[in-house]
Design a protein around this ligand. Structure first.
Ligand code: NAD
Ligand code: DAU
Length: 340
């Protein structure tokens, strides 16, 4: 991109991927970052406490559906990097509306506001492989041109937001870039997601609840690799384009869980097969040829190195997740998985 980017509004920067992205930007670039985050159950300002003293970083607590607030923040922005979302599939199965409100309505408010943002050069919409639906064994990995076939309320809301982004590019020429990534893991991931949940349960020798028979496959990517991809999409992505990111690392849930147990030296009989997730997508896999060729991006972390670094982080940051477990999340955890 020729025009210079100075100020970026990041949405959802207090969540898992957003906070890793902000750390990376402040470490490796000179952008001014305005982080707009509602601090839902998944947003944690502690993730960015080291950034608070950085004069290039500003935190604004608020919701992306608040048009007045969004207008005031976007008026001087050069770019938006949009992470904010309700992100957990299981929660979307229990209650759909928050997913539509944040992921669909919130994205529309941001896009509409961006139309009136005179300096805006890029709007990066961070989406997911789940919009493509589910693969059977042996089927080719998802490509950017594939049809959208979302199966959960979460993925349907993300697919809807992707379509709004497409419409704003086609109708108004808004310089939107969509990224779609596979399953992330790494520091600051909320412990409702597979890897941190299994780590925490294994550490205290509680049962590890594996849905169905554990053969479902995900394509795992270390969060830092996703963040370098989003940065590349911001700086090199062409308006109107979609870029897939993935770790080229397909593993069954059982393989992931057994690796965690092995690294923690815990017995496999902690694995407990529980009722399957309704509509559970069988397999995700991403074809990342386009991002390799057009963004000169590729994942750098293999699973062995990434999972070891992740486990090391959760071991070194016990207070971070213990505080989450003793807060409101405790009720959700106990309802799903039993007494803590
Ligand atoms: P997360 O749940 O950890 O964080 C979401 C953040 O958004 C939180 O800080 C939350 O407070 C904030 N937020 C939620 N609703 C908001 C609202 N209405 N207004 C302002 N802020 C709000 O999510 P994550 O795992 O970091 O995912 C970030 C993005 O990446 C999401 O858009 C998700 O769909 C996408 N994604 C995630 C993965 C993954 O494996 N986690 C993979 C591909 C894409
Ligand atoms: O693929 C990208 C998506 O990855 C993102 O868009 C989502 O925001 C993110 O939450 C993640 O979705 P998944 O549903 O794949 O992630 P989750 O960690 O919830 O589950 C991963 C796999 O593990 C899935 O097959 C379900 C299974 N699982 C999950 C939990 C929480 C279990 O077997 N037991 C569990 O307790």
């Amino acid at each position: 991109m020729k025009e210079r980017i100075e100020t970026i509004v990041v949405t959802g920067g207090c969540g898992f991927i957003g906070s890793n992205f902000i750390h990376m930007c402040l470490r490796e670039r000179d952008y001014e970052i305005i982080n707009l985050d509602a601090l839902t159950y998944a947003g944690n300002p502690e993730n960015l406490k080291e950034c608070e003293s950085d004069s290039r970083y500003t935190f604004v607590k608020g919701r992306i559906e608040n048009a007045d607030l969004v207008n005031s923040l976007l008026k001087d922005a050069d770019a938006v990097v949009h992470f904010a979302a309700e992100s957990h599939v299981d929660r979307s199965i229990e209650e759909q509306q928050p997913f539509v409100v944040t992921n669909v309505l919130g994205t529309q408010v941001l896009l509409s506001s961006a139309l009136h943002s005179p300096r805006l050069k890029r709007f990066v919409h961070v989406s997911t492989d789940e919009v493509y639906g589910s693969l059977r064994p042996g089927e080719p990995a998802f490509k950017e041109g594939d049809h959208l076939r979302p199966n959960s309320p979460y993925s349907a809301s993300k697919a809807s937001s992707d379509l709004l982004c497409r419409a704003f590019f086609k109708t108004y020429g808004l310089p939107v870039v969509i990224t779609r990534c596979s399953n992330n893991y790494g520091p600051y991931q909320f412990p409702e997601k597979l890897i941190p949940l299994m780590f925490i349960n294994a550490l205290s020798e509680r049962p590890l609840p594996v849905y169905g028979d554990g053969t479902n496959v995900r394509d795992w990517i270390y969060v830092e690799d996703h963040c370098t991809g989003v940065l590349a999409a911001l700086e090199k992505g062409a308006p109107g384009e979609i870029y897939n990111f993935g770790g080229e690392c397909e593993l069954s849930n059982l393989e992931v869980v057994k690796t965690i147990l092995e690294l923690l030296d815990k017995p496999e009989d902690l694995i407990t097969f529980v009722k399957d997730r309704p509509g559970h997508d069988f397999r995700y896999a991403m074809d990342i040829t386009k991002a390799k060729n057009e963004l000169q991006w590729q994942p750098e972390w293999d699973f062995k190195k990434g999972i070891a670094a992740t486990i090391e982080w959760y071991q070194a940051n016990r207070e971070w997740w213990e505080r989450i477990l003793s807060g409101d999340y405790r009720n959700y955890y106990q309802r799903r998985y039993g007494t803590l």
